[in-house]
Design a protein around this ligand. Sequence first.
Ligand code: SAH
Length: 363
Amino acid sequence: MDDQTPFFNLFDLDREALLALLAERGHRPFRATQLMKWVYHRRVTDYTAMTDLSKPFRTWLETHARFDLPTAVSDQKSRDGTRKWLFELVDGNCVETVYIPDGERGTLCISSQVGCPIDCRFCATARQGFNRNLTTGEIVAQLWLARAALDAEGAGREVTNVVLMGMGEPLLNFQAVVHATNLMKDDLAFGLSKRRVTLSTSGIVPAMDRLAEVSDISLAVSIHAPNDALRSELVPINRKYPLREVVAAAKRYIGAERYRVVTFEYVLLAGVNDQPEHARELARVLRGVPAKVNLIPYNLVEGIHYQRPGDHVVDAFRAVLQAHGLVTITRKTRGDDIDAACGQLVGKVDSRRRRDRIAKGIE
Ligand code: SAH
C-alpha cells in the first residue's frame, strides 16, 4: 500500500466510486457494503468501532480515509418547526440547510454551491455572488448531519424527502450533485426513493439532458415567467436557454416514462408576473407537458424591491391554471421568521464573523 496516498473523504464517494477505489487498492468488494452500512445506517465514523472489518482493512482506513464533516455554526428553529443550520466548511465558507416538517413528511432543503452564479433578480442568494461548488461530501454531509441532529432531538422527526433547492444551481455542479444524489438513493446509504429526491434548476438545458442519461431523480424547473421577454429580465440565464427550450428539455427528461411529472416553480411577484393573463400564457406554454405547478408567493428579501402579491391574487392565478387542467399548488411559506424560506438563504456568516472580529477588537 502506498503511504504517500493523500487521505480521501469517504463522503465524496458513491458506491461505484468506493468500489472502484477499493478494487484499485486491492480490497474486496464486500468491504464497501460493510463500510457503507456502518457509516450510513449505524452512523458510525470511528473505525475502531467497526468490529466486523478485518484489522488490516481498518488500519488501511485509518491511514487513508477520513470523514470530513462541516461544523454547524448556527442552528435555528422557526415558530413553525422549520429548522435551519448554517454549516461551516473546511475552508471557512458557509452554506445553509433547511428542514421543513409537514405532518409525516420531513423535507430537507440542501445547498449545492457556496453562493450562486445565476443572477435571478429576486433571489437573496444571487446577491452574494458565486464562490465555489460544493464537493459530493459537502452535499451529502448536510443530510448526514441533519439526520443525526433530528435523531438526537428524539422527537421522531425524519428526513423523508430531499430537495436540492437551497443555495446554488445544482446543474452547474453536475458531477458532485449526481454522486451525492446517488448516495441519497442508495439502499446502503440513505435509501430514499427517486421520487423523494428532487433537483431544482433554473433551466440549464444541456445539463438537463445529461441528467436524464445518468439519473432518474425528480426534476423541478424554476420557470417564473410565461414568455422570454419577462423571463430574461427575471432569470437572465433565459437569454442563453430560452423558455421553450427549457420546457422542451423538461419534457425530454420525462421521456417515455409517463409516471414522472416535472414540477415548475413560479415565484409570484406583485404586479410583475402575477396577473391572470400571465397564468393563461403559462398554461399555453405548458400545454402537453406532464407538469405540476408550484406557486411560490414571493418571500421578501432585504434590499430587493419586489413585493408579495395578496392572497386573492395568488388564488386567482392558481384558479386560471387549474381551469386549464394544470395541477397547481401554492407553496406554504415556512421558516420566514428565521430567513429560511425560499430565496432567503445567504449563508449569513460575514456579518457574524465581522461581529466576532469587532467583539475581539480586531476591527
Ligand atoms: N438554482 C436552482 C435551485 C434554487 S431553488 C433554481 O433556480 O431552481 C430555490 C427556489 O426558490 C427557486 O425556484 C427560486 O427561484 C425560488 N426563489 C428565489 N428567491 C425567492 C424568493 N425571494 N421568494 C420565493 N421564492 C424564491
